[in-house]
Structures are given as structure tokens and as C-alpha cells.
Design a protein around this ligand. Structure first.
Ligand code: 4NP
Length: 154
């Protein structure tokens, strides 16, 4: 069965779309098939493309992100995905509150998948500058590489 992964942040226009395209990119490079999606705990930006700075940092790293559209996380995601990965601890506690009793998805924090960073937040770059988005890209890429290495053996 193909492993499925959903990344979740607050707005689904900065961090989780970057995690989505980073994981897709590492899968493509590694020849690994995975179902990858992203969502926000809030519905503020539902239907909209990512933030311009999200599209720009992805493009600086050779990856397309402008086709993505934001959506809010839904209860059925807990049954539809194998892994739901929160970008920060607030997202994780919001997801824990939404989690239905029959959830099959395994919940974790993105930086739990990066050695030495377990339990840490991917800081929200929304109020930051381009360097904040560069840092986000590095964090989501590091996690994506480790996830592909681990989940391809699952
Ligand atoms: P994200 O960033 O959760 O990484 O997508 C944010 C995007 C929008 C807002 C906050 C965070 N906002 O307040 O609209």
C-alpha cells in the first residue's frame, strides 16, 4: 500500500505547502511513490494559492508551488492518511483536539523527523522576511529526506 502523508500548519499558505512540495520533490528524486497533501487548522485562506514568498522560496530551490490551493483539515483526514505531521506544537494540540476515536493516522511533529530537533516548532515565517522562508525550506527538506528514507522501508 502506498504510504500517505498530510502536513498541517495554521494557514496552509506558508509552512505546510513547503513541506508538501519538499516531500514530493524528494520522492520524485528517489523514485518513491507516496500520497502527499497539506492543510491548515484554520480556514482563513481556503481555496487560495500559497503566499508569494512560499512560491518564491520553492522556485529558488527548483520546485513549483503556485498550483497548490489551501484547504482546512477535516476529520476524515484522520482516517484517510497514514501520517499527519504538524508543523508546530500549537498545530499538534489543535489536531489532537480534532482527532476522532477511530483515527488511524499517526500524529507527529515535523521536527520529530529531524535528528536533534524533536519536539521543536517550525517557526511561522509569515511575519518574517525571505530568510525566514529559507530557514523553513531547510527544515522541511531535512524532514522530507528522513521521511523518505524511513517510510520507503515501511
Ligand atoms: P502558515 O502561516 O500557518 O505557515 O501557513 C500563516 C499564514 C497565515 C497566517 C498565519 C500563519 N495568518 O494569520 O493569516
Amino acid at each position: 500500500m502506498t504510504v500517505s502523508v498530510l502536513f498541517v500548519c495554521l494557514g496552509n499558505i506558508c509552512r505546510s505547502p513547503l513541506a508538501e512540495v519538499a516531500l514530493r520533490e524528494v520522492c520524485a528524486r528517489s523514485g518513491v511513490a507516496m500520497i502527499v497533501d497539506s492543510a491548515g487548522t484554520a480556514d482563513w485562506h481556503a481555496g487560495r494559492p500559497p503566499d508569494d514568498r512560499t512560491v518564491a522560496v520553492a522556485a529558488r530551490n527548483g520546485v513549483e508551488a503556485s498550483h497548490l490551493r489551501a484547504r482546512q483539515v477535516r476529520v476524515s483526514d484522520f482516517r484517510d492518511f497514514d501520517h499527519i505531521i504538524a508543523l508546530d506544537n500549537q498545530n499538534l494540540s489543535d489536531l489532537q483536539a480534532l482527532r476522532p476515536k477511530d483515527a488511524s493516522a499517526e500524529l507527529s511533529l515535523l521536527l520529530d523527523h529531524v535528528k536533534g530537533r524533536s519536539g521543536q516548532d517550525v517557526d511561522d515565517p509569515y511575519y518574517g522576511d525571505d530568510s525566514a522562508f529559507d530557514r523553513t525550506w531547510q527544515e522541511v527538506m531535512a524532514a522530507a529526506e528522513n521521511l523518505v528514507a524511513r517510510l520507503r522501508q515501511a
